[in-house]
Design a protein around this ligand. Structure first.
Ligand SMILES: C[S@@+](CC[C@H](N)C(=O)[O-])C[C@H]1O[C@@H](n2cnc3c(N)ncnc32)[C@H](O)[C@@H]1O
Length: 479
């Protein structure tokens, strides 16, 4: 049963608690406390009047004894009957699609039951579970009370999101709106998320969107993505694909192109954008990655490992390998993962390009790997066109010598046309041109793809191509 259990990291929980401006003796509710990240952060910030709900008995039992002063209940928050009004609500509500809500029937939660509750009448039938939590939350908040909530930013783009946004704005003002990316949840959750601070009854909303990235426990304030006056598409990247960095060896000297003859211990790896010509990995120059799959190593390989082990111990670095040597016999083994997808160098020098990893090689960490959720050739075309290139030229950070650096969140901020609205024939053409681009590497295909997509944009082909080229030229000229 999917209870939407994605837990907030301690850092983000503290960050959110710090958005409260209510006094320390305020009465606060956490409607679905899970493993208790917010309970911990509230305690650390000095709040003591806290109530909490959690439907999962196991989680409840694990957490309840840690907070004997709090009033914690193992029950469904949505059907709780309480006259108590709260000064503050903090939550990361469960994200459960409407089709899945009835799966929770044995816990007393079903769409039928929810639809019978007058409180939820403003919500569309397709509402996600987190929307019910926010509506219920408002009903328990006193006028002037504060709600701090983290939830997927897709509400901005979806149809059910429209009426939900109106509902929120009718009963509360949005005081902070923080788009947060990076290490937000305990497990990598693949949705884009937003933190809102809402104040019930104070309907003025004049906050600017903030952008924050969390990496290695640090919150980095980002500039707002440049508002593209040109590309106004709404489909988010996360709807069509996922992205991650390629493989980090932690010690390239030892792992890349080892001085060994037996190829049994090696796998082809693409380690530099310079080694790729065209738009496919087929003709790319591959390096060799030292990656023995089993423990059955020949004499030369054992000697090779002995040599490097000695060097690592003498030099006392790299630290990750030192730790591994101390704890495991197979310290040299890498955590390999599937790299089949579309790759993109995180430094762009001249032309931008996304490359199909047709050879399914391992890809090093100076590339991102994009894993399609839709047909890979259609996604390939949606990436290789002037609309996408222009967005990335606008978002990336310029380095000296005409270099453009793109972060993972830049890739995740690309928007696309609504693919459900693309005509069938155009979909076929996108597939065809995508394939041709990979096969022949002919940049004319990029024009062809852009022309097809121009039917779904207010910006025509000539304009977007010219806009992109001007931006690129300026970058290369260092302007
Ligand atoms: C997204 S998790 C967040 C947990 C915690 N607040 C955090 O941020 O780490 C949502 C939690 O809601 C709980 N949950 C789901 N439906 C619930 C309901 N109807 N009433 C109370 N808790 C519920 C799940 O078991 C899960 O622990």
């Amino acid at each position: 049963m999917d209870l939407g259990q994605i837990f907030t990291t301690g850092n983000v929980a503290s960050y959110m608690v710090n958005l409260f401006t209510i006094p320390k003796d305020a009465r606060i509710i956490e409607p679905c406390f899970g493993e208790g990240a917010f309970l911990r952060a509230l305690t650390d910030s000095g709040y003591s009047e806290v109530d909490g709900y959690e439907i999962d008995k196991k989680l409840f039992d694990n957490v309840k004894n840690k907070y004997p002063k709090y009033n914690l209940v193992n029950a469904d928050f949505l059907s709780c009957n309480s006259d108590q009004l709260y000064d503050g609500i903090i939550m990361n509500p469960p994200y459960i699609r409407h089709e899945k809500i009835n799966d929770l029937a044995e816990l007393g939660v079903s769409k039928e039951k929810l639809s019978k509750n007058d409180l939820f009448h403003s919500l569309p039938n397709t509402a996600n579970m987190y929307m019910y939590f926010i509506v219920k939350g408002f009903s328990l908040l006193r006028m002037g009370g504060e709600m701090i909530v983290i939830f997927p930013s897709s509400w901005i783009n979806t149809r059910s999101g429209d009426s939900f946004q109106k509902m929120i704005k009718a009963c509360a003002g949005i005081k902070r709106r923080i788009h947060i990316s990076g290490e937000v949840f305990e497990k990598n959750a693949l949705v884009e998320v937003l933190i809102l601070k809402l104040v019930k009854g104070d309907l003025s909303t004049n906050c600017k969107a903030e952008y924050v990235h969390l990496s290695n426990d640090k919150f980095i304030n980002l500039d707002a993505p440049e508002q593209s006056d040109v590309v106004s598409w709404k489909t988010s990247f996360s709807k069509l694909a996922n992205v991650r960095r390629g493989l980090t060896t932690g010690y390239n000297e030892m792992y890349i192109n080892p001085n060994l003859k037996n190829k049994k211990y090696m796998r082809p790896i693409i380690s530099s954008p310079k080694n790729i010509c065209g738009f496919s990995t087929k003709d790319a120059k591959k390096d060799w990655l030292f990656a023995p799959l089993d423990e059955d190593l020949d004499k030369k390989c054992i000697e090779y490992l002995k040599y490097w082990k000695k060097r690592i111990l003498e030099n006392k670095k790299p630290q990750t390998l030192l730790n591994k040597i101390a704890t495991t016999k197979t310290w040299y083994k890498l955590n390999l993962f599937d790299c089949e997808g579309i790759i993109f160098s995180y430094f762009v020098r001249n032309d931008m390009k996304f490359v199909m990893n047709e050879e399914q090689c391992i890809i090093r960490d100076n590339f991102y790997i994009i894993f399609p959720k839709i047909d890979k050739w259609i996604l390939f075309s949606l990436l290789n066109n002037y609309y996408t290139y222009y967005q990335l030229e606008s978002m990336g950070k310029k380095y000296g010598a005409g270099l453009l650096k793109l972060q993972r969140y830049d890739i995740e901020s690309i928007t696309f046309p609504d693919i459900d609205a693309i005509k069938e024939n155009d979909m076929h053409l996108l597939q065809k041109y995508g394939r041709q681009l990979a096969q022949k590497g002919d940049r004319k295909c990029i024009d062809d793809i852009t022309k097809i997509l121009s039917a779904y944009s207010e910006c025509n082909f000539n304009k977007i191509k010219q806009k992109y080229e001007t931006k690129r030229k300026k970058r290369l000229e260092g302007l």
